[in-house]
Design a protein around this ligand. Structure first.
Ligand code: ADP
Ligand code: ZN
Length: 559
């Protein structure tokens, strides 16, 4: 422990370890295996860099760091050189000659930390090099960074990570430390299994980012809402705006520029030079707003990003957490803001339905989307729900380390965020700061579902949201006349509801699976098994007041 503290101070210039760092470092220096789950910015690098230095000094040899991010490798090796540590990397940016030089230094035992891309590490040539080092007792530690890449349930699956299991099979006596900032139960269980880390001690940090405030608003005119958000709360500050498509990125960047915001676009369709230039400006200059697809952000370490805005729904909570986590790395107040609407739900469901993946995979993806939708629809503390997804209770710190739960079906019993703990709130999310007035939309939901049922029965075909709402509200449209739908018993029984209200009801029904959208058939609405409980009045449908409700029925609080 004294050696570790000395390295922390003398090599890295820090006075004390943060959170679980000390325990992790001690465990790994002593030769134990570790799985480290720590949020972005938590300080994962030191968890293997200090053991690497300690083990090299103790004559145990080199640490091989597997990392998928070339840019990150370069940054880290550069920083280690400045701290006087012998570090090198092996990846596709090196010429054959340069790579040979690194390999020769490695064989001579001159390197403390060797960073390598996963596809490098598992080549026969590289494994032979490791064999030679291992025979001489000069292979000190394996560090596997971004370990979630081994799991298809993580947000960044990389097949070449699967082959890393060979490190354990071939060099069983060499300790390993795997690190990730993604830690939902199913991904964690998968990492343990794929990398054979059953014996590894798990170190789970709190995933709470107390300085980030969360807000999720109803999407009406997203561009105008975004502009208002930036102008009123983040004028002149750096931020990231995530959009789903390249086209949307271009549109929003232009629109912001037209309004005097220093916005730049970033997506994979841009010329590499343009992309690089925009990224450099974002990192170097103050107050740049990067409008981007999710292609932007991995390995970007800009401390003073004051807000991350989502104009479209991410795929799941891990994605949301990763992306919003890029805000406020300096620990100062920052905001995560998202506009979310019915179309998002429809789009994300369709993307899953239409993906070429197998049924099991789709099932897991739907479960993950549902958990995110529940977060978006929540009328109680967002942070409580977000942390619950990572198995953490707000205010109680991280879950106890131990074997991951799981193994019971694809979601390992995780299903979605459990209900919030009574009393625990963060005071730093939209729902805490201004508890939304909620109204009971159960009756509206029943009327909607019975209308969908009757229309389909009467006409033998399904219809989309617009037409169903028209019938419910008693609107005489051409289509209503064409199908004779004004004769249905449900025609006009929801005249007291506005279209906005009904959209809110629809969104929640779809979000909770009580209604399905058939993407193959013009986005028509279909009842599901879960519709029945709502129709019978057994499932309450609570909606935010922003989906404004006739004043008479309004009530405050969490209902
Ligand atoms: P992660 O990989 O978990 O996202 P990093 O390893 O990049 O995080 O660390 C984030 C920042 O925190 C870095 O600037 C790092 O130098 C700093 N840091 C890490 N540990 C400590 C510590 N014990 N004391 C002070 N700063 C630290
Ligand atoms: Zn809260």
């Amino acid at each position: 422990a004294a050696a570790a503290a000395a390295i922390l101070h003398d090599v890295f210039g820090y006075d004390r370890f943060r959170g679980p760092q000390a325990a992790i470092v001690d465990h790994v220096i002593a030769g134990g295996d570790a799985l480290v789950l720590m949020p972005t910015g938590g300080g994962k690098s030191l968890c293997y860099q200090i053991p690497a230095i300690a083990r090299q000094r103790a004559g145990e040899g080199v640490t091989v760091v597997v990392s998928p991010l070339i840019a990150l490798m370069h940054d880290q090796v550069g920083a280690l050189h400045e701290a006087g540590v012998e570090a090198e990397f092996l990846n596709s940016t090196l010429s054959g000659e340069q790579a040979n030089a690194v390999e020769r230094r490695l064989a001579r035992g001159e390197i403390t930390l060797l960073y390598a891309a996963p596809e490098r590490v598992t080549t026969p040539r590289f494994l032979a090099l490791l064999d030679a080092l291992h025979e001489r007792g000069q292979l000190g530690l394996f560090a596997i960074d971004e370990a979630h890449c081994v799991s298809q349930w993580g947000h960044d699956f990389r097949p070449e990570y699967r082959a890393l299991a060979i490190l354990h099979e071939r060099f069983a006596s060499v300790p390993r430390i795997a690190l990730t900032a993604t830690a939902d139960a199913i991904t964690r269980a998968d990492i343990v299994e794929r990398l054979q880390l059953q014996q590894a001690r798990q170190f789970v940090s709190s995933f709470d980012r107390p300085n980030i405030s969360y807000a999720i608003v109803e999407k009406k005119e997203p561009a105008a809402q975004l502009l208002r958000f930036i102008e009123s709360e983040h004028a002149g500050e750096a931020g990231i705006v995530y959009c789903q498509s390249r086209k949307r990125v271009e549109e929003i960047a232009q629109l912001l520029q037209g309004q005097g915001v220093q916005a730049l676009p970033y997506h994979a369709g841009l010329d590499v030079a343009v992309r690089q230039a925009n990224q450099d400006r974002f990192l170097r200059e103050d107050g740049i707003v990067m409008v981007a697809t999710i292609a932007f952000g991995m390995g970007i370490d800009k401390p003073d990003v004051r807000f991350v805005a989502h104009l479209d729904l991410p795929k799941n909570i891990e994605g949301y957490y990763q992306e919003t986590g890029r805000a406020g790395r300096d620990g100062l107040p920052a905001q995560a803001w998202m506009a979310y609407g019915l179309q998002d739900v429809v789009n994300q469901r369709r993307m899953i339905d239409e993906s070429p993946a197998g049924d099991d995979f789709k099932q897991v993806m739907r479960g993950k989307l549902d958990a995110l939708l529940a977060l978006a629809e929540a009328t109680d503390c967002r942070r409580v729900r977000l942390l619950a997804y990572f198995g953490e209770v707000l205010g109680e710190g991280p879950p106890a380390a131990g074997p991951p739960q799981g193994g019971r079906g694809p979601l390992g019993g995780q299903g979605g965020p459990p209900g919030p703990t009574v009393g625990a709130t963060c005071g730093n999310c939209d729902n805490c700061v201004q508890p939304p007035a909620v109204w009971d939309g159960t009756e509206a939901a029943r009327k909607l579902l019975s209308t969908i049922y009757r229309v389909q029965q009467a006409s033998g075909i399904a219809f989309g949201a617009g037409h169903v709402m028209d019938i419910l509200r008693g609107k005489q449209t051409e289509k209503v006349a064409q199908f004779g739908h004004e004769r249905l018993s449900t025609f006009g029984i929801g005249a007291e509801y506005s279209e906005a209200q009904l959209r809110g009801v629809l969104r929640q029904l779809i979000a909770t699976g009580a209604l399905a959208v058939d993407a193959q058939a013009y986005n028509t609405l279909q009842l599901t098994d879960a519709s029945r409980a709502v129709l019978r009045g057994e499932t309450a449908v609570l909606l935010r007041e922003s989906v404004s409700q006739p004043a008479a029925r309004r009530r405050r609080g969490g209902g």
